[in-house]
Design a binder for this molecule. Structure first.
Ligand code: FMN
Length: 219
């Protein structure tokens, strides 16, 4: 019985750590729209509707993708800690914001590759600088594509001539967006309010699970 109790408390700690690791996930405009609840020995993930960008993301799709990244990070954290996980996803997107549950399903060996994945979570960040002519070899591209596929996604590689079509489409999208007069100021205002310290400090500390409520701009 004592072993059961210590196993349960170790599992609860691992789930708590997983939610913290999930706070490092990328998210649309750094809104960090996830909400985690530790209940009944499991982590329950919902999208926080108050953090969905009404104009940029009216159907909440980008917020949901952001929550998917958080879910991925939570599972990586548990796997690195030597816990086997079982993830149940909401059957439809119409579950009042509820998206998934992560349960612990026993112990597994902690593999070096899983620990490296967890370490990468702390190192990863978005880089908006242009990458001048860096060649990514076919092997690397294949492993990136496999990683996307292993999570049910797909990665489409553009031929050089297709880049121009993409650039034209992106340019068109930007012009359409800026034509909506209120869009930019509205988004900026919401970003300040949600991310905290929009003026004093543009983004919350990476990995923080909650916005900075101490900031007067965030109240
Ligand atoms: C669904 C989604 C869409 C994003 N779209 C853009 C984008 O259009 N342009 C951009 O520069 N960054 C984009 N990002 C990156 C976020 O801005 C970035 O993750 C966030 O600011 C947090 O920074 P970090 O990735 O360094 O932790 C996107 C991220 C997600 C998850």
């Amino acid at each position: 019985v004592a072993g059961d109790v210590s196993m349960r408390s170790a599992a609860a700690q691992a789930l708590d750590d997983a939610a913290t690791a999930a706070g490092h996930a990328p998210s649309i405009l750094n809104t960090q729209p996830w909400h985690w609840r530790l209940h009944g020995g499991a982590l329950h993930l919902s999208v926080d509707p108050s953090r969905i960008l009404e104009i940029t993301d009216p159907d909440g799709r980008l917020a949901t993708v952001s929550c998917g990244a958080a879910l991925h990070h939570a599972v990586v954290s548990l796997t690195a800690g030597g816990w086997r996980t079982a993830v149940t996803r909401a059957p439809t997107s119409d579950q009042g914001g509820y998206l998934a549950t992560v349960r612990i399903d026993g112990r597994i060996p902690s593999e070096p590759a899983a620990v490296a994945d967890l370490r990468a979570i702390g190192l990863r960040h978005t880089d908006r600088l242009t990458i001048p002519g860096v060649h990514i070899d076919a092997d690397k591209l294949r492993s990136i594509a496999r990683a996307a596929e292993s999570h049910g996604g797909s990665l489409r590689l553009l031929r050089p001539d297709q880049s121009f079509d993409l650039a034209a489409a992106a340019d068109h999208a930007v012009r359409t967006e800026t034509d909506q007069a209120s869009s930019r100021s509205f988004t900026a205002m919401r970003t300040v309010r949600w991310t905290g310290c929009g003026l004093a400090r543009p983004f919350p500390r990476r990995g923080s699970r909650l916005p900075n409520s101490a900031c007067r701009w965030c109240r």
